[in-house]
Design a protein around this ligand. Structure first.
Ligand code: HEC
Length: 168
C-alpha cells in the first residue's frame, strides 16, 4: 500500500470507528431499531439523572426512588404538572413508594431548557416505564407553563400529595 493510499484509508477507518461508537445512540436508518424514541431525553437522563436514579431508573435504596411509576402521573393533568414541577424545582420531604421511604433532596434542573426537560420526562415515561402510546407525550409548552410559576422543592412535595395521596 502506498503512503498516499494509507493517507486516504486511515481517516475513513477512524470515521467508521467513531460511527460505531455513536451507533448505540444514533440509529443510522429505520432498519436499526432506535434504542430510544427520545434520544435527547435518553442523553439528558444519562447526563443528569442516573447518578441518583440509576441507568435504568431502578433508584438507589435510601437515596432516590425508582422511576418505574411516573407513567401513572402522565395520565392526569395534575400528574403531568407534578412531573414538570419535579424536574424544574426538585423535591424535598419524605415520600413513600410502596413500603419504602425516601427523604432526600431531588435537585432542580431549571437550567435545562423546556424541550430537554420534556424529552427527559418522555424518556422516563415511555422508554423506562413503557407507558401506553395512547398517552400524549409531555410537551415543551407544559414545561414552560410550570416554569412561569416558580416554586420550591417543599411546594412540589406538597403538590405531590394531590396526585399520589397514599403513595404510588
Ligand atoms: C441528587 C440525586 C438526584 C438526581 C441527580 C435526580 N433525582 Fe429525581 N429524585 C431524587 C430524590 C431524593 C427524590 C425523592 C425526593 C423526596 O424524597 O422528596 C427524587 C424524585 C424524583 C421524582 C418524583 C417521584 C415521585 O414519586 O414523585 C421524579 C419524577 C424524578 N426524581 C425524576 C428525576 C429526573 C428526570 C432526573 C434527571 C433530570 C432526576 N430525578 C435527578 C434524587 C435525584
Amino acid at each position: 500500500m502506498t503512503v498516499r493510499a494509507t493517507a486516504l484509508v486511515a481517516p475513513a477507518i477512524t470515521r467508521l470507528i467513531m460511527l460505531a461508537a455513536l451507533g448505540a445512540g444514533v440509529p443510522a436508518s429505520a432498519a436499526d431499531a432506535p434504542a430510544s424514541a427520545y434520544p435527547l431525553g435518553a442523553a439528558s437522563f444519562q447526563a443528569n439523572c442516573v447518578v441518583c436514579h440509576g441507568p435504568a431508573g431502578a433508584g438507589l435504596p435510601g437515596l432516590a426512588p425508582p422511576l418505574s411509576y411516573p407513567a401513572r402521573y402522565a395520565a392526569s393533568s395534575e400528574g403531568r404538572r407534578q412531573l414538570a414541577m419535579t424536574v424544574l424545582y426538585g423535591m424535598i420531604g419524605d415520600i413513600s413508594v410502596g413500603d419504602k421511604h425516601f427523604n432526600f433532596q431531588m435537585p432542580d434542573f431549571a437550567r435545562l431548557d423546556d424541550a430537554t426537560l420534556a424529552a427527559t420526562l418522555n424518556y422516563v415515561v415511555f422508554d423506562l416505564d413503557h407507558a401506553s402510546t395512547d398517552l400524549k407525550p409531555i410537551t415543551a409548552d407544559e414545561i414552560a407553563t410550570e416554569r412561569a410559576h416558580p416554586l420550591d422543592g417543599a411546594a412540589v412535595h406538597e403538590h405531590r400529595k394531590s396526585v399520589a395521596p397514599s403513595g404510588p
